[in-house]
Structures are given as structure tokens and as C-alpha cells.
Design a protein around this ligand. Structure first.
Ligand SMILES: Cc1ncc(COP(=O)(O)O)c(C=O)c1O
Length: 150
């Protein structure tokens, strides 16, 4: 029976080309890139080269704009907490989300609501409406959720 794997956005098979490129770092140059010993320094050089290549391909102004994380949940946490704390300085305290976000997003927003006594307003999620057999985000009252602190 033919098997169809439909979760490639979560985990996927490694491309043979990537595996080939990664082999030295999985078998020889596997040192901790934050260390000072030789094998770690070699790994660090490879990480920095990768950062520069990714920055170039994405058109980033500076390789320092590229961060490597362990996965989706960590990235969601970084992005949301970072943005919230940056915007807090501008007096923004209102976030709009939807009910069907990943838990890594929803739980982070919920946490931000109570963090350090700060009241982060988290309105009820937008609804979903069905029209002609398709799902649509319910935008009718979206302006009701927008106000100067959003
Ligand atoms: C938006 C989002 N955040 C987080 C995750 C979880 O990623 P991870 O298992 O890498 O933490 C997923 C997984 O599908 C996701 O779609």
C-alpha cells in the first residue's frame, strides 16, 4: 500500500545533498560551537558561514539578524515575547490572535497576559464562518478589536 506522509512542514526527510554537506559536522567537527577548543572553534566557523549564506539568500542586511533556534515553539516564544517587550516601551499592550494558532503561540500569549503583573489584553479569538463550503475568518467586527494600544 502506498503511504502518504502529509506532515512535512513539521518534520521531513533530509535531502541527500544536505546530508552530504552535514556529514563532516555529524561525524568529525561535532564540537560545541560556543567552546574555545579547536573542534568547537571549527564548528563555530561553520555555523557563522551558514549564517552568512542564509543572510545573503534571504537578503538580510546583516548576518547578525539570523538566529538559529531548536524549533517552532522556541521561535514562537522568542518572536512573541521579543515583540511584546519591544512594543511595551511604546505603550502597546494589546494582541489579537485566532483560536486555531498552535499552542506554542496561544500559551505564550496567555503567559504574556499575566507576566510581571502586566496586563496584556487578549481578546476572544476571531471566529470562523462558513460560506459556500469554504472557511473564512470572521472579519466583520475586526475594527472593534483595534484600538490605539493594539
Ligand atoms: C506555529 C507552530 N509553532 C510551533 C510548532 C511546534 O514546533 P516544534 O515541535 O519544533 O517546537 C509548530 C508545529 O507544527 C507550529 O506549526
Amino acid at each position: 500500500m502506498r503511504y502518504v506522509y502529509a506532515d512535512n512542514s513539521a518534520t521531513t526527510a533530509l535531502s541527500p545533498k544536505v546530508l552530504e554537506k552535514m556529514m563532516p559536522y555529524l561525524t568529525e567537527v561535532y564540537g560545541n560551537p560556543s567552546s574555545i577548543y579547536t573542534i568547537g572553534a571549527k564548528a563555530r566557523a561553520a555555523v557563522e558561514t551558514a549564517r552568512e549564506n542564509i543572510a545573503k539568500n534571504l537578503g538580510a542586511a546583516n548576518p547578525n539578524e539570523i538566529y538559529f533556534t531548536s524549533g517552532g515553539s522556541e521561535s514562537d516564544n522568542w518572536a512573541l515575547k521579543g515583540v511584546c517587550h519591544a512594543l511595551k516601551a511604546k505603550g502597546k499592550k494589546h494582541i489579537i490572535s485566532t483560536a486555531f494558532e498552535h499552542h506554542a503561540v496561544l500559551h505564550t500569549l496567555k503567559r504574556l497576559e499575566t507576566v510581571a503583573g502586566e496586563k496584556w489584553s487578549f481578546p476572544p479569538p476571531l471566529g470562523i464562518k462558513f460560506k459556500e463550503g469554504r472557511e473564512y475568518l470572521c472579519h466583520e467586527d475586526r475594527h472593534a478589536w483595534l484600538y490605539p494600544l493594539t
